[in-house]
Write a protein that binds this ligand. Structure first.
Ligand code: 4NP
Length: 158
């Protein structure tokens, strides 16, 4: 099973989701069953580490973003990954426009997968203050647990 977190720049939200989900999956004993990656819609930050504010906020909760480097989405991602998880509605919309017809149902919102009525978007923290990065972590930690349940329902039992 391969999952790809996608945001706009791949320096704030999707690297955070990648690190949090990596830890959640490892703690559930699923580290080797799930391949996890992240990318952005734009290439502007390609090759750069995550935003220092994201790295710092994540580090305070025990997540390591230091080895990640931004990359833009490529056509092959729509074939390679079973789930492409958009961090907000704009990203989901853009991914659906880019996706080949055969991969359209692999594009889903990261939040609200199984819970209608729950928060559906992880707001972009880039132009705000540190509290936005804490909000990202709160939403991503909740969403990562829901995603693990969803993914485990598609995996063989332990
Ligand atoms: P991200 O945040 O999509 O969560 O990585 C952003 C990072 C950079 C920009 C926008 C959002 N930007 O416009 O450069």
């Amino acid at each position: 099973m391969r999952v790809l977190f996608v945001c706009l720049g791949n320096i704030c939200r999707s690297p955070t989701a990648e690190a949090v989900f990596r830890k959640v999956a490892a703690e559930a004993g699923r580290g080797s069953d799930i391949e996890i990656d992240s990318c952005g819609l734009i290439s502007y930050h390609e090759g750069r580490p995550p935003d220092p504010r994201a790295t710092m906020a994540a580090e305070q909760r025990g997540y390591d973003l230091s080895t990640q480097r931004a990359r833009p989405i490529v056509d092959d991602d729509f074939e390679r990954f079973d789930l492409l998880l958009g961090m907000d509605d704009d990203v989901v919309r853009s991914l659906r426009e880019m996706a080949p017809a055969a991969s359209a149902d692999r594009v889903v919102p990261f939040l609200g997968l199984d819970e209608p009525g729950a928060a559906r978007e992880v707001p972009d923290p880039f132009y705000g203050g540190m509290s936005g990065f804490e909000d990202v972590l709160d939403l991503v930690e909740d969403g990562a647990r829901a995603l693990l349940d969803h993914v485990e329902s598609r995996l063989d039992p332990h």
